[in-house]
Design a protein around this ligand. Structure first.
Ligand code: SF4
Length: 103
């Protein structure tokens, strides 16, 4: 049996704060308010990853990661450059994400 939590392998998961969806049965309701959580610099997250050589990637969860696209895109690029993978959860549909993408 394969145990999978927030993605394949051993991962660092970032739970972002803020989501307006209010889905019934949300797994992380404490992350829904736009206020709360704590601010962390993406370089600090990369440093945490560097200190754990068994990590295979990072997962963005929440909350809604795509409400904070710029810093998470930067973080994702840096993680990819290290040869690790990136997963992201989202409450947006693919069509909604495409509409939100900068043209
Ligand atoms: S999109 Fe995700 S975080 Fe947002 S309310 Fe729904 S389940 Fe919760």
């Amino acid at each position: 049996m394969k145990l999978q939590i927030d993605g394949d392998g051993c991962r660092l998961t970032v739970f972002v704060q803020g989501c307006a969806r209010r889905c019934p049965g949300c797994q992380n309701p404490e992350t829904q308010p736009m206020e709360g959580g704590r601010t962390i610099d993406t370089t600090a997250i990369l440093q945490q990853m560097a200190e754990n050589p068994i990590l295979s990637g990072i997962t963005f969860s929440g909350g809604e990661p795509f409400l904070q696209p710029a810093p998470l895109a930067s973080l994702a690029r840096a993680v990819h450059q290290r040869g690790l993978d990136v997963w992201s959860y989202s409450g947006f549909t693919l069509e909604e994400l495409a509409q939100r993408a900068p043209s």
